[in-house]
Design a protein around this ligand. Structure first.
Ligand code: ANZ
Ligand code: ZN
Length: 820
């Protein structure tokens, strides 16, 4: 009852793979390509069970596809810029670069110990100048194209991290990284014009049939397209107009006031010289202060103030009082809202509070709304009332009719607005890619000439170099203007680290290229990524940015695809005691210890077997034990039956005894089951249980001896099917059993459809209790088919004589009783 020596075996095979460069990408002509990619890790220190799961899934897919004859690209690297390195470095008094590279070395060792089939020659680290210099070049190309701009804005500021965050990085008003409240702050920053691609990013979601529906929905909501009417309201007594945006043009006859954002540019002129001026100014200031204090996205009480001015509803000619209101956002639509309290809840609450009129213009079916007794707005559809020429129309057709009318009359037009904002990429932290521009007093913003790239991060080459934020490093800042030669200052912002992960998948196609960011030809061959695998926490941020970069890089001539990831698998979390494994919960299981105790193959097998990839995986110690026991059983099964490998491989099907036939059949059924389980959403757990059943049958004592050729085929099948999951183990047994060509170079087995079928069985067909016929049918026939076959059997059909039977009783796999 010896246990197999996983330590020796795993070490031996890992060495061989390295020596023989087994996992080097092979690019053989005539073969189809397959690019499988796991989201690259942040080099935080050591790998955790979530990594183990993610990379095991990817590795099985890579190995499976290789065996199926694909040229497979399966790379690995490090998303290596970011704040934790700076914090850790500060704590330890070392440089973020040393901390990062030490972690990378350690984690690379851990990944190698797992036997993952990466082509390590393609490894990249985004914090290396050989990576970020190309990112700087892409920045310059984008700048030239007008895809980047700088502006002063109110930004999301995390005081704890001392940096600006993108809106996507603010989660429920707190920082995505440190969970501290995020505050608004006014400053200059750089932006990517992702909104230029809003429509395409939305439309192309339809191409992502290989993505989980919920991720597509999250992206769609994030882009948040709204269509409606932009309509101009003339300001009374001036020649100015205020343009509002509404998604409910059908309610325009119900407008009783207008609300402006406190930042609206016309607000000050509207109140100038009015008695309300002081009050409005106070309100604006108070609202701004409240915005500073309140964490974003937090529900605030609706407040407002009358400006003293009126505008005119172009549909009714009525005077509409103009208010400033704290719930109108300047960054959405036009920053001005036509308020319809009867049909919009926010406006309703506002009207009740300030005693403004409420006018019903859409009557829902079977209801009669009374503005006096209403307790909430009626936001649903209905029939238009008190709406001039549009009265009597249903609200949906009225929307189009009213847009058309405004358009023809010249005071309105169809309008589309998106929730998506441009991507703020400026960070004020040290450990990121420097933004390659120079500020010159005479020339303004001057791009760094491409020949001057990379702009190196100062101090990163020296172990004790400074890692203060760049705006504190005078030696870095002082430079000469590339245009006029006068003294000038370098930009001190660094790029958001999400920029690095937005194009690394393209760089992997030729990561060593030293003449351009992306090898057009290699990218054309390998992209899109056929299978991308990672956590659902990246459903919005990273995936949206990567999609944007793909489209932008296509337009810059680097790529020829519209979308980066054809299929996306979002794997579930690894949980223990019902909660995600995390240091703070103290429920972490260290993969290192497991690998020490059980070997990498067992750990891989467990993480693949315990749950289908998209579900959460509940950690359980018995599961690992079970996986280990199973491998030991297979080990014994093979080494105790080595003699069968002396036999010729061909099975003579005509001469088999019953148990041999059964084993042969099960073998081919298992090939089918495993193949189908992998093909349908990578359900490795069912694949593995299939192999377990086969192993059970192969170890069962039989009355008659198993044909050695069948036994050989069975054992070879078990090893071949398990190879992508437990590669060291299978290569070892494969070699022990006398094979000289490694499993790595072996094809995935095909199944014999005939052999995989169950044998036929005999079914008795009775009519009114009397046996009238016998049928030969496949043993796995279902009741419905059996019933059909029985009724259409010649003798039975005759007896039925076109009448339909009173009752048909099917006794599974035995008989069909027909009652006339
Ligand atoms: C009149 C109206 C009547 C509206 C009605 C709604 C219901 P979505 O669907 O999210 O795009 N709105 C427009 N710009 C705004 C801004 N900057 N800040 C706050 N609210 C704004 O919402 C569009 C609706 O939100 C618009 O349609 C507008 O109110 C409001 F019965 O116009 B509606
Ligand atoms: Zn200059």
């Amino acid at each position: 009852n010896d246990k197999y020596d996983f330590k020796a075996i795993e070490q031996r095979w890992q060495q061989r793979w390295e020596q023989e460069t087994t996992n080097k990408v092979s690019h053989q002509p005539g073969r189809p390509k397959y690019y499988v990619l796991e989201m690259f890790p942040y080099p935080s220190g050591r790998i955790h069970m979530g990594h183990v799961r993610n990379y095991s899934i990817g590795d099985v897919i890579a190995r499976y596809k290789r065996m199926q004859g694909f040229n497979v690209l399966h790379p690995m690297g490090w998303d290596a810029f970011g704040l934790p390195a700076e914090n850790a470095a500060m704590k330890r008094g070392i440089h973020p670069a040393s901390w990062t590279y030490e972690n990378i070395d350690y984690m690379r060792g851990q990944l190698k110990a797992m036997g993952l089939s990466y082509d390590w020659d393609r490894e990249l680290a985004t914090c290396g100048p050989e990576y970020y210099r190309w990112e700087q070049q892409l920045f310059l190309k984008m700048l030239e194209r007008g895809l980047i701009y700088r502006k002063e804005t109110t930004v999301n500021w995390c005081d704890d991290c001392q940096t600006v965050l993108a809106r996507e990085q603010v989660i429920d008003g707190t920082c995505w990284r440190c969970d501290q409240p995020v505050l608004p702050k006014t400053m200059h920053g750089w932006f990517f014009k992702i909104t230029d691609y809003a429509e395409e990013l939305l439309a192309d979601l339809d191409k992502l049939g290989g993505w989980p529906e919920k991720v597509v929905t999250m992206q769609r909501n994030w882009i948040g397209k709204s269509t409606g009417l932009a309509c101009d309201f003339k300001v009374e007594g001036t020649d100015q107009t205020i343009t509002i945006f509404t998604t409910r043009p059908d309610t325009i006859f119900g407008v009783t006031f207008m609300s402006l954002a406190v930042e609206h540019p016309l607000l000050k002129t509207l109140t100038a010289g009015k008695s309300q001026e002081a009050q409005v100014r106070t309100f604006i200031e108070e609202t701004m202060v409240a915005k500073q204090r309140a964490s974003l996205d937090q529900e605030v009480e609706k407040r407002g103030v009358f400006t003293g001015s009126y505008c005119t509803n172009p549909f009714t000619g009525e005077r509409v009082p103009i208010y400033a209101a704290n719930f109108v956002l300047m960054e959405y639509g036009t920053g001005a809202v036509m308020a319809v309290p009867a049909h919009d809840q926010r406006d309703f609450e506002f009207a009740r509070k300030y005693d403004l009129p409420i006018r019903v213009v859409v009557q829902p079916e079977g209801d009669s709304l009374d503005p006096v007794t209403m307790t909430a707005a009626s936001e649903g559809p209905g029939m238009l009332v008190a709406s001039g020429a549009f009265t009597g129309m249903d609200s949906l057709s009225a929307q189009q009719a009213i847009i058309d009318h405004a358009h023809q009359a010249g005071f309105g037009r169809p309008h589309v607005t998106y929730r998506l904002r441009d991507w703020g990429i400026s960070r004020q932290r040290y450990w990121g890619a420097p933004i390659p521009v120079i500020h010159c007093d005479s020339c303004g913003i001057v791009p760094v000439p491409e020949s001057d790239l990379p702009i190196l991060l100062p101090g990163a080459g020296e172990p004790k170099g400074s890692h203060s934020p760049l705006h504190q490093q005078e030696a870095f800042i002082a430079t000469a203007c590339p245009r006029c030669g006068k003294p000038a200052r370098r930009e001190t912002d660094t790029l958001d680290t999400f920029v690095e992960s937005s194009w690394y998948f393209a760089r992997y196609t030729n990561p060593g290229l030293d003449t351009a960011p992306i090898d057009r030809e290699a990218a054309a061959y390998w992209l899109p990524v056929d299978q991308y695998i990672g956590g659902v926490e990246h459903a919005i941020l990273h995936l949206l940015y990567a999609r944007f970069f793909t489209k932008m890089l296509r337009d810059l001539g680097y790529l020829s695809v519209d979308e980066p990831f054809t299929n996306l698998l979002t794997q579930g979390m690894v949980i223990k005691d019902g909660a995600k494994m995390s240091k703070s919960k103290g429920n972490v299981v260290d993969p290192n210890e497991l690998i020490q105790q059980y070997g990498a193959d067992t750990v891989r097998l467990f993480s693949l077997f315990a749950a289908p990839p998209e579900r959460d995986l509940e950690w359980n110690a018995q599961g690992v034990e079970g996986a280990s026991r199973f491998l030991n059983r297979v080990y014994r099964l093979v080494v105790q039956n080595l003699s069968c490998f002396q036999q010729p491989a061909a099975v003579d099907l005509t001469a088999l005894n019953e148990p041999s036939r059964a084993l042969y059949r099960k073998t081919h059924q298992t090939i089918r089951r495993v193949t189908e389980s992998i093909e349908s959403n990578f359900h490795f757990n069912t694949a593995i249980s299939g192999v377990m059943e086969l192993v059970n049958l192969a170890t069962t004592q039989t009355d008659e001896p198993i044909d050695p050729a069948v036994q050989r085929e069975t054992l070879e099948t078990i090893l071949t099917l398990l190879f992508p999951m437990v590669p060291h183990f299978c290569e070892e047994l494969w070699a022990i059993s006398g094979h000289t060509r490694q499993l790595h170079h072996t094809s995935w087995p095909a199944f014999n459809i005939e052999a995989a079928k169950e044998d036929e069985i005999t079914i008795v067909v009775q009519v009114n209790g009397k046996v009238r016929a016998k049928l030969q049918v496949p043993a796995d026939i279902d009741d419905q088919t059996l019933r059909q076959q029985a009724l259409s059997e010649e003798k039975i059909a005759k007896l039925l004589d076109d009448k339909s039977p009173k009752k048909v009783i099917v006794v599974q796999k035995k008989l069909v009783n027909i009652v006339l």
